[in-house]
Design a protein around this ligand. Structure first.
Ligand code: ZN
Length: 268
């Protein structure tokens, strides 16, 4: 599932079409990604407008078109953004294709947990919900105090589960939450309320560090994170803890509905 760095990577793929005008929009009208805005509204509302800007915020993306049209996209579990030639014929899972002058912007999503919305505003501003999103971990508004307060609001929630809460940690997903816990040597199932104040501060710091590094490495050109991180070892059963001097076998178990990987020795 795309997290903040993967989302930013996909967002930038569409930048190849910046400044171009929309000639037509091709859709699979029954696709579940149109559950909030009907596909017909996109087909009618976008042609003639120019593609002006793209932004990512956590797991959300916003594409601005001229005259106040805002296309919001969420990649869900399996969404991907690519570009194709202007005469591209949409494949089975390519539910939204925006045809520009020299290329097409393609949103594919085979599991359809993703979502596309279109809103027209007349004040030149992005829709209200977008402006109300919580600060991202690498932004100034993501303060130590904010994290302290958020953690204290949910004392019974496992810390790993809390890190997935987009109201507090926008853009953090499954692998990043596991990475943060592992880097800090905190067991993922420890409740938020069990963290001491120094640990809460460490969670704030590490969330920023992991986010920045992921954005730099994955968000730029989908590079590989260092082998000394949990990231490259967490995907299969039988992985070995990469921490120097540990070498314990990693555990993978369900925690509140999400596969969670941790080292029983380092994070005991
Ligand atoms: Zn270990």
């Amino acid at each position: 599932m795309p997290e903040l760095a993967e989302v930013d990577y996909y967002r930038k793929q569409w930048n190849a079409g910046l400044e171009e005008r929309v000639s037509q929009v091709l859709v699979h009208p029954a696709a579940r990604i149109f559950r909030d805005t009907p596909a017909a509204a996109m087909v009618q509302g976008l042609p003639g407008r120019r593609f002006l800007a793209s932004r990512a915020h956590g797991k959300q993306m916003m594409f601005e078109f001229s005259d106040g049209a805002w296309l919001g996209l969420h990649l869900g579990m399996s969404g991907e953004l690519t570009t194709a030639p202007p005469d591209h014929v949409p494949a089975k899972h390519e539910h939204l294709v925006i045809v520009l002058e020299s290329q097409s912007l393609v949103f594919s999503d085979y599991r359809m947990f993703g979502k596309a919305t279109l809103e027209i505003t007349d004040d030149g501003q992005a829709p209200l919900w977008w402006r109300a999103l919580a600060p991202q971990p690498f932004e100034r508004g993501f303060t130590k105090r904010r994290v302290h307060e958020f953690v204290q609001r949910f004392p019974k929630t496992p810390i790993k589960t809390l890190l997935l809460d987009q109201r507090g940690f926008p853009g953090i997903g499954n692998w990043m939450a596991d990475e943060i816990c592992w880097q800090l040597k905190i067991a993922p199932q420890n409740t938020a309320g069990s963290l001491e104040s120094t640990q809460r501060e460490a969670v704030w710091k590490m969330t920023r560090r992991v986010s920045r590094e992921a954005l730099r490495v994955i968000g730029t050109d989908w590079g590989d994170l260092p082998d000394s991180w949990l990231m490259n070892h967490r995907w299969r059963d039988g992985g070995i803890c990469p921490r120097r001097g540990c070498k314990s076998e990693l555990v993978r178990e369900d925690l509140r509905g999400r596969t969670t990987c941790w080292c029983p020795r380092c994070q005991g």
